[in-house]
Design a protein around this ligand. Structure first.
Ligand SMILES: Nc1nc(O)c(N)c(N[C@@H]2O[C@H](COP(=O)(O)O)[C@@H](O)[C@H]2O)n1
Length: 210
């Protein structure tokens, strides 16, 4: 399980401590993805063809959803991100508004990412579960040039990094295998979970009528 050493006081969600656990992977014993055009590119949040619907609003990629959820109190910023032509542009727009990122982002972003990739799976079950299962039992690693939080960087024969996205994907893969995948809106650790001015709750994610 990806805990990344995050500890909360459950009652008032006060942050206590955060630290990241680093992982290493041998380069010829893992599944990596970087470009969406590569064999396992569908694992990337940038991958097209995995649309998402929240409150019946269409979001083109899990990347756009993740980036938009940084700005829960700013529906106008979220709209610009969601309307962006590509996920890379969505990410770039998000960077532009960094100062408006929700104040607890450092501590909620892993839960938000988990929600984003679970939504990608729930709403694109056949295609996304198929690619996850094709990775077998191998470690999944997002290969990056410098992002040691979401991915890992190659140093000689070893990928090194927290690889948070890869680890969340592996957790999801194991749930698919054991038929224990349960999809729901994250618990109260994420307060004010909103998109385009509307709260995200278990009702809003059930509706899927493109
Ligand atoms: N710049 C960039 N290009 C790609 O092709 C990527 N896959 C990523 N990584 C993804 O960016 C998201 C994290 O964004 P923040 O740094 O937290 O704003 C996450 O989806 C990574 O997988 N970046």
């Amino acid at each position: 399980m990806l805990t990344i050493g995050i500890h909360y006081l459950q009652e008032n969600i006060s942050f206590v401590q955060v630290k990241y656990s680093i992982r290493t992977y041998h380069y010829n014993n893992c599944i990596t993805f970087k470009s969406t055009k590569s064999k396992f590119g569908a694992l990337s949040n940038m991958a097209p063809n995995f649309p998402i619907s929240i409150n019946n609003d269409l979001i083109k990629t899990s990347e756009a959803l993740y980036q938009a959820l940084k700005f829960n109190e700013f529906p106008d910023i979220q709209k610009k991100i969601i309307d962006a032509y590509s996920p890379m542009i969505a990410k770039r727009i998000s960077r532009h508004y960094d100062m408006y990122t929700r104040s607890d982002w450092e501590y909620t972003r892993f839960k938000v990412m988990k929600f984003c990739i679970e939504t990608k799976l729930q709403q694109n079950y056949n295609s996304f579960s198929s690619i996850l299962l094709q990775t077998g039992d191998k470690p999944i690693v997002e290969y990056t040039m410098k992002d040691k939080v979401w991915g890992a960087v190659l140093d000689g024969n070893i990928y090194e990094g927290t690889n948070a996205l890869g680890r969340l994907l592996m957790e999801l893969r194991e749930k698919i295998k054991s038929n224990t995948f349960q999809y729901e809106v994250p618990d109260l650790i994420i307060k004010h979970f909103k998109l385009l001015g509307k709260e995200i709750n278990n009702e809003s994610i059930k509706k899927f009528t493109f």
